[in-house]
Design a protein around this ligand. Structure first.
Ligand code: DC
Length: 647
């Protein structure tokens, strides 16, 4: 099977991404134009699998379509009345909207039709729509005695009248009935008791119908009345797809960068624009211009979000949640189990592969992020374009992520990967770049070896800041300073002459081995948690890198405190047991259990201390080295760093 490896962004996203026309808008406009009495002109339409399915079908119903100017403008000459056909066969491919919109229109026409779709569409439900249409006077039956495709439609017009349809299952049924209703002999009075999922999609349907001169009366919130009418031709500009735009806005939130999408604004007809408000609540800054929307990532908090009205972005939010600071719960989307795939089950399985703690709830899912544990994986996409697009986002900060069957995005967004590339930070000339590479991570993640080799490979100096804290601890031990005497320790930090290079010197004497002693191991976390010590050492670390014009610096707070604007930030991590195994293999005379519990203690002290705790720096690459050799890690980092440099 085809696979695509996502190369992470070495820095936060920037720039604008191209987003194709809205699928929902395009397919509604194509159908209304095909039913209109005359010629319509449509600009900015989406050309993808789902809309090709609609175009083919409306041609089969007698509409004439001409693509002018490189797919930029589409002319449709509509049929103007209920379509007439002989023996028609229609293939909806995998398009839910095409099928749900066209079945009522075909039923309202005259002739015989067999309608079918892909294996995937065959497994999606049609029962409620059939029952409703048959109750309104249509003659539709399933060819295999089920509620599924293929269906046979004996079209003799539809009488219409009053009917009740549940809004719980799919708003596509409702939209389909509404758009066909002007063709019904007596029109339609549609009552939707209870909660209508994805209400904004129904609003979009009503809006598009009115753009084509057909009016839907809404005497109350749950009743739609459509009288027999004829669609009038119209000229329409299709909006960029708000669901598709969600991936780029999310990319900005995840990488802590910027992403702009032109042609969208707060007044968009598409409900999925609400996703931007969710990012705003999570901490992103949003510029709502008339001509564009721009998201600027500023950290990610947590929260509980009801996505019932914009459920196509549930997968996008789930990927964002993997990088949040606290739990994110997505509610109101139980019905996405019946989309291209069971999206909730698919998310649980693929996010789990990436190390995300995620659990399925009745009507959604709960993500409890732990950035330390994120890792790349081979992602299954279940023939669901949105699985491929949303999971790709994790690969923007996590190396080693591969998308299986990446071309499933062609359903709605054939140029998705190219558009994502548009947000990759632009390369600079090497001499213009003060290359500070920050490598942070817990003990045993492989920082020291990786930093050393990477520095060699990139011909940059290397600096081990941990050695500096260790040297202070060793000097304090030499001077017999008591571990509880913090003033004494910070006095040592100021006065001891420490030289960090291939070998380590304290006041002129070699301490390379001394700083790795068990006594230093014990004392160093106390030393490192002392603010007055950090106040002395951090400026020295900054001076070192700026004096040398850059370098690879490793530690715990390089990306967060020492160089928050580092050129390239990496959080190197590995599973606890694997880190313990590595430390155990390097040491002698200690039991594995002791190494493990010492590591746990150090993780805890390093990550909970009040001054400069160890945490994933905003936008830092998160790289799990558990199953990789040093060479593999260094190779991957060099490739990612290279994307920053102009060839
Ligand atoms: O990476 P290491 O084990 O040699 O680090 C020794 C100690 O110093 C460890 O407890 C974490 C601390 N340290 C720190 O607080 N900040 C740094 N930039 C580097 C190390």
């Amino acid at each position: 099977m085809e696979r695509r490896r996502i190369t992470p962004f070495a820095r936060p996203s920037e720039g604008s991404a191209n987003v194709p026309g809205s699928k929902s808008h395009t397919n509604r406009v194509l159908l209304c134009a095909a039913l209109a009495d005359g010629a319509s002109r449509i600009s900015g339409a989406l050309f993808a699998d789902d809309t090709e399915a609609m175009l083919e079908a409306v041609r089969a119903l007698g509409a004439k379509t001409v693509i002018v100017e490189d797919e930029e403008i589409l002319e449709i000459n509509g049929v103007g009345k209920p379509p007439r056909f002989g023996n028609l066969t229609v293939d909806f491919r995998s398009s839910g909207t095409t099928s749900r919109f066209l079945i009522p229109v075909i039923a309202a026409g005259h002739g015989t039709a067999v309608v079918d779709g892909s294996e995937q569409l065959r497994s999606r439900p049609f029962g409620e729509q059939l029952a409703a249409l048959n109750a309104l006077g249509a003659q539709i039956s399933s060819l295999n005695d089920s509620d599924e495709l293929p269906l046979e439609i004996h079209a003799r017009g539809v009488k219409g009248g009053e009917i009740e349809v549940s809004g719980e299952a799919s708003s596509q049924f409702i939209s389909g009935l509404l758009m066909a209703a002007p063709l019904f002999e007596e029109g339609l009075t549609l009552k939707v008791p209870g909660r209508l999922v994805s209400r904004p999609y129904v609003d979009l349907t009503v809006e598009v119908m009115s753009d084509f001169g057909v009016f839907v009366e809404m005497p109350d919130d749950s009743t739609f009345v459509v009288r027999p009418q004829t669609y009038a031709p119209s000229n329409i500009l299709i909006e960029p797809d708000a669901s598709a735009a969600s991936y780029f806005f999310a990319a900005a939130a995840i990488t802590g960068g910027t992403a702009r999408v032109e042609g969208l604004n707060a007044a968009s007809l598409q409900g999925d624009i609400e996703f931007v408000r969710v990012l705003e609540k999570l901490g992103a800054k949003v510029v709502w211009d008339d001509a564009y929307i721009q998201v600027e990532g500023r950290g990610l908090s947590g929260g509980r979000f009801d996505l019932s009205d914009f459920s196509d972005t549930a997968q996008t939010l789930a990927s964002v949640a993997a990088f949040a600071d606290s739990e994110i719960e997505i509610t109101g989307v139980g019905f996405i189990r019946a989309k291209e795939t069971n999206r909730i089950a698919a998310l649980v399985s693929e996010l789990t592969k990436c190390g995300v703690e995620v659990s399925e709830t009745n009507d959604g899912l709960k993500i409890t992020p732990n950035k330390w544990l994120l890792r790349g994986a081979e992602i299954d996409t279940y023939e669901d374009h949105r699985m491929a697009m949303s999971m790709s986002l994790i690969g923007l900060r996590v190396p080693g992520l591969e998308i299986r069957d990446p071309s499933c995005v062609e359903k709605t967004f054939p140029s998705f990967y190219e558009s994502l590339e548009m947000l990759r930070p632009k390369p600079q000339k090497r001499p213009d770049l003060l290359a500070v590479i920050a490598i942070d991570g817990p003990a045993g993640s492989g920082k020291s070896t990786v930093a050393k080799q990477l520095a060699r490979e990139l011909r940059l100096p290397n600096f081990d800041t941990g050695a500096m804290y260790r040297a202070v601890a060793a000097a304090a031990l030499r001077a017999n300073v008591h571990p509880s005497d913090l003033d004494g320790i910070s006095a040592i930090a100021q006065t001891a002459e420490i030289a960090i290079g291939e070998r380590i010197f304290i006041d002129g004497s070699d301490a390379t081995e001394e700083i790795r002693s068990p006594e230093v191991n014990q004392l160093v976390s106390v030393v490192a948690a002392t603010s007055s010590v950090r106040k002395v050492l951090v400026p020295r670390q900054r001076k070192w890198a700026t004096d040398l014009g850059g370098g690879v610096m490793e530690g715990r707070d390089i990306g967060t405190k020492v160089f928050p604007d580092a050129t390239f930030k990496v959080f190197l991590t590995a599973e606890l047991a694997i880190r313990a195994r590595r430390r155990f293999d390097e040491s002698s005379g200690v039991s594995f259990e002791d190494v493990l519990s010492d590591l746990k203690r150090r993780d805890h002290v390093d990550s909970t201390r009040s001054d400069s705790p160890l945490e994933v720096a905003p936008g830092a690459l998160i790289f799990d080295s558990s199953r990789l050799s040093t060479e593999e890690v260094v190779g991957e980092l060099a490739i990612i760093f290279d994307t920053l440099i102009e060839p």
